[in-house]
Write a protein that binds this ligand. Structure first.
Ligand code: AMP
Length: 495
């Protein structure tokens, strides 16, 4: 299928051609005709699938007729982070270059005055993070009663960040009759219920199974002692042909600590997290995009959805606490069909987190060892103390899983890709017999991973306040613990 088959105007088609796109991506192919028809859309798609263009392109055409009135935006795009909002704003610039559309970007950390001035002129597209939007609404600077199209992007991330109450409030301020486009990388029940509450008879589109990492990302897991992770990272960066990489930490303060340590070692590195002032975040990102910085140590929120072309590597300095973050992190590489490499450094105590990730992605992360460092073993704590398996330990090269459908194929591919200096893929040992609980007296207990088993309960996040919730609007982060969102209380068609 070609872009010209989708019903877009010649001006938008020209902008698409100028962008160098030859063919629509699956989400564009499926969503654009429905958006143009005025239908609600529920899109289950990750970043990197071309989902931004799937809503911006048709919106530009819909907006081509009509004019915006002062302080009354005609369309609203809600994004969880400033960086994503800025990216969507750029997309409107690129694809709308042959149209005369006004847009405003309302994000925390930027001057209110400039944003208000833009609103006063009338905007066709308003792109906002929830906190700043509510702030401006409360100051009486904006009226949402003329919004014809609402886009809720990265809904699962909004949920993670505690923004759902804000989003519900915003939606309550919009006209009931409107078109709603709702995107989420994953579709857990809370998100599904939210979609049921916000959308009317939506066209449902799912372009990749939820939580499937891009096939072009070669993944590897190195298990080392916790105090050797930094050394392991240095060795990996040196032995891999790293063009540019994101290095993820779970905590904001570790982002700074690791960045300083790498700098001291002579690496070309900068930090990115939600506590940094917005101008500094923007500048750092720009320098990274322009290849002026090779390594960016970052938190999940700051780096969520960043679209940086041709990024060669992702390093998980910490195993993510939430398994879904693993998919988002490694999805920063391997974009647009290029091969990317994603290394995860795990300390022995990260066993349960690794287990949750492997259950989510439906396959083991191939183990590797780092030259010069001893491979450690993952430890899997028992969650209920009822003897769910005193399994075996997993050395770097262990074979904990039953073979999944793609195992042979993927590991073959990864075997080749890891034949670089410094990194060795372990040969899996012969499968061990299931351990006999009565005869395994060792104090550290290990549970083999069972494919397809119910995911392990999500462990508590580390110290609240240190996890990066983005600092997007300098606002309080409200979680479900404090607030019962209305959509959860309502009964829906799906129960
Ligand atoms: P997104 O999923 O919206 O973050 O898009 C990921 C990347 O894919 C962006 O850099 C887009 O410029 C690019 N992209 C979007 N649509 C296409 C297309 N049809 N062909 C090639 N690249 C595309």
């Amino acid at each position: 299928m070609n872009f010209s088959d989708l019903g877009l105007s010649p001006e938008v088609l020209r902008a698409v051609e100028d962008a160098g796109y030859k063919q629509p991506t699956p989400i564009q192919e499926q969503a654009i005709p429905y958006v143009l028809m005025g239908r609600d859309v529920l899109g289950c798609a990750q970043t990197g699938t071309g989902k931004t263009a799937s809503f911006t392109l048709p919106m530009i055409d819909i907006l081509a007729s009509g004019r915006a009135r002062a302080r009354m935006p005609r369309t609203l795009v809600i994004e969880p982070t400033r960086e994503l909002a800025a990216q969507v704003s750029e997309a409107f610039d690129v694809y709308g270059k042959h149209h005369k559309l006004n847009q405003a970007l309302l994000i925390g950390g930027e001057s209110f005055t400039d944003q208000e001035r833009k609103l006063d002129r009338g905007v066709d597209v308003l792109i906002a993070t929830p906190g700043r939007l509510i702030d401006l609404f409360e100051r009486g600077k904006i009226l949402l009663s003329d919004v014809k199209i609402l886009v809720i992007d990265e809904a699962d991330r909004m949920l993670d960040m505690g923004f759902i109450p804000d989003v519900e409030r915003i939606v309550g301020l919009l006209p009931k009759i409107r078109q709603t486009l709702f995107f989420s990388a994953t579709m857990p029940p809370e998100i599904r219920r939210l979609a049921d509450a916000f959308l009317m008879n939506p066209k449902e589109i799912s372009v990749a199974p939820p939580a499937s990492p891009a096939a072009t990302v070669v993944q590897a897991l190195a298990v080392v002692a916790a105090d050797e992770k930094r050394d392991a990272l240095r060795r990996l960066i040196r032995s891999e042909n790293v063009k540019n990489a994101l290095i993820f930490c779970n905590r904001k303060r570790d982002v700074d600590i690791l960045c300083r340590a790498l700098k001291k070692d002579g690496f070309d590195v900068a930090a990115l997290h939600g506590d940094m002032p917005q101008p500094k975040r923007t500048e750092t990102l720009e320098r990274f995009r322009n290849n002026e910085i090779r390594l960016l140590v970052c938190s999940d929120v700051a780096a969520r959805g960043l679209d940086i072309q041709g990024m060669s590597h992702v390093f998980n300095f910490d195993v993510p606490i939430h398994a879904e973050d693993y998919v988002h992190r490694i999805g920063r590489t391997g974009r647009a069909g290029r091969e990317g490499r994603a290394f995860t450094l795990a300390a022995p105590e990260d066993g349960r987190f690794v287990q949750a990730i492997e259950q989510l992605i439906g396959r083991p992360i191939p183990p590797v060892s780092v030259d010069g460092l001893a491979a450690a073993a993952l430890s899997f704590e028992e969650s209920d103390g009822r003897g769910r398996g005193r399994g075996r330990s997993r050395r770097g090269g262990g074979k904990p899983h039953a073979a999944g459908p793609h195992r042979g194929e993927r590991q073959g591919q990864q075997h080749q890709s890891h034949q670089r200096q410094g990194v060795h893929r372990h040969e899996p040992p012969r499968a061990a017999k299931a351990p006999q609980p009565a005869r395994t007296p060792e104090p550290a207990r290990y549970a083999p991973i069972t494919m397809g088993a119910a995911p392990a309960p999500r462990p508590a996040a580390p110290e609240a306040g240190d996890r990066d919730h983005g600092g997007d609007d300098g606002q309080r982060v409200v979680g479900f613990g404090d607030h019962m969102p209305a959509f959860l209380a309502r009964r829906t068609a799906r129960g």
